[in-house]
Ligand binder design. Structure first.
Ligand code: ADP
Ligand code: MG
Length: 327
């Protein structure tokens, strides 16, 4: 549904986005995760046609943003970081104005208005001036605005920022309820938000992609390991046979001999934790395990790493590789 390729954005000399590529499939809720300043809003502003990119392509539903900006914009409802609300209008007046702006066919307006007011639960507030609404309600009005015209794609820039915990839960519920009919990109700098509502995740940092995949990929590598390195003392061939016989092991490949131990890379079926049976079987064969280490890092580890690096980067220049080794 959304296809971003080699997207680069420069603000003068400063490179805010550096050659990023990712896809969002139809019906997915993609969590766009990254610390402040990572480039999330920049990406969203380009995707929605608010600002031009420096190079690269963005396709939404088959249309390229620079070639067919109107077609792309028609398919997207955008809730920017700061929703463009007119404070001196009532909720109803404002939404009517948005219907005009988006040129929704006259015959559809009344029923769509009713649907939206119901969906985002602002029916009771429709005759209030927007300036008299709480932050939570204003955010709902921002949501309502994005839903006008019933676009298949929703782009939501940090929709829960500045809300209290109760309001955050409400907004998350709202997003989840929209998942059936929409493809959604939701940016956030809060990891738990991604786990709560998203099906896939793209993590960016300093304008580059740090990690991406389905949320279950990351939680799987966190809980039940699916790829690891195992180090066993004893005969290499026997060890390899024993490991490959264990239920749930999909693949074993020999890496190298390290002193008297043989190192293997082991892949197991997702959701099957083979570590215990591996221990039991190898121990039965008198082949002691001296190391068992997951490969690939969880979303949380990657994110914490990024945030930590960000906090030291003001005072020192960070060499990614050596700092990873030291950890
Ligand atoms: P995020 O939304 O992830 O917090 P942004 O996309 O807003 O990040 O910003 C990414 C980087 O680009 C930041 O370093 C920010 O200071 C810079 N930036 C954003 N907008 C502009 C602009 N209009 N001019 C210059 N620099 C900008
Ligand atoms: Mg932002």
């Amino acid at each position: 549904m959304i296809e971003i390729r080699n997207l680069t954005k420069k603000y003068g000399q400063f490179t805010a986005l550096d050659d990023i590529s990712f896809d969002v499939k139809k019906g997915e809720i993609m969590g766009f995760l990254g610390p402040n300043g990572a480039g999330k809003s920049t990406t969203m502003n380009i995707l929605t046609g608010y600002i031009p990119c420096t190079s690269g392509t963005v396709k939404v539903g088959g249309f390229e943003i620079m070639e067919s900006p109107r077609e792309v914009k028609k398919q997207i409802g955008y809730l920017p970081e700061i929703p463009p609300l007119y404070l001196d209008m009532t909720v109803h007046e404002y939404l009517k104005f948005i219907f005009e702006l988006k040129a929704v066919p006259l015959g559809q307006r009344k029923s769509q208005m009713d649907d939206i007011l119901y969906l985002v639960k602002i029916g009771d507030m429709k005759n209030r001036l927007i300036k008299n609404l709480s932050k939570g309600y204003r955010q709902r009005v921002g949501f309502a605005q994005a839903l006008v015209g019933n676009p298949p794609v929703l782009v939501l820039d940090e929709p829960t920022v500045g809300l209290d915990p109760g309001q955050i839960v409400e907004i998350r519920k709202l997003v989840s309820s929209l998942r059936h009919d929409h493809t959604i990109i939701l940016s956030t700098h809060i990891l738990s938000e991604v786990n709560a509502v998203c099906s896939s995740v793209v993590m960016i940092n300093r304008g580059r992609i740090a990690a991406s995949g389905s949320v279950s990929d990351f939680t799987a590598s966190e809980g039940s390991v699916n790829k690891f390195v195992i180090s066993v003392v004893g005969n290499k061939n026997t060890a390899q046979n024993v490991i490959s016989e264990v239920n749930g092991v999909r693949n074993v490949s020999f890496l190298r001999i390290d002193k008297d131990a043989a190192l293997f890379s082991v892949e197991s079926t997702k959701n099957v934790d083979v570590r215990r049976p591996l221990f039991n079987e190898l121990s039965r064969a008198s082949l002691p395990i001296i190391e068992l280490r997951p490969v690939g890092r969880s979303l949380e580890e990657i994110f914490i790493d990024i945030v930590n690096k960000d906090s030291v980067s003001h005072t020192e220049s960070v060499n990614n590789d050596s700092s990873k080794e030291a950890r």
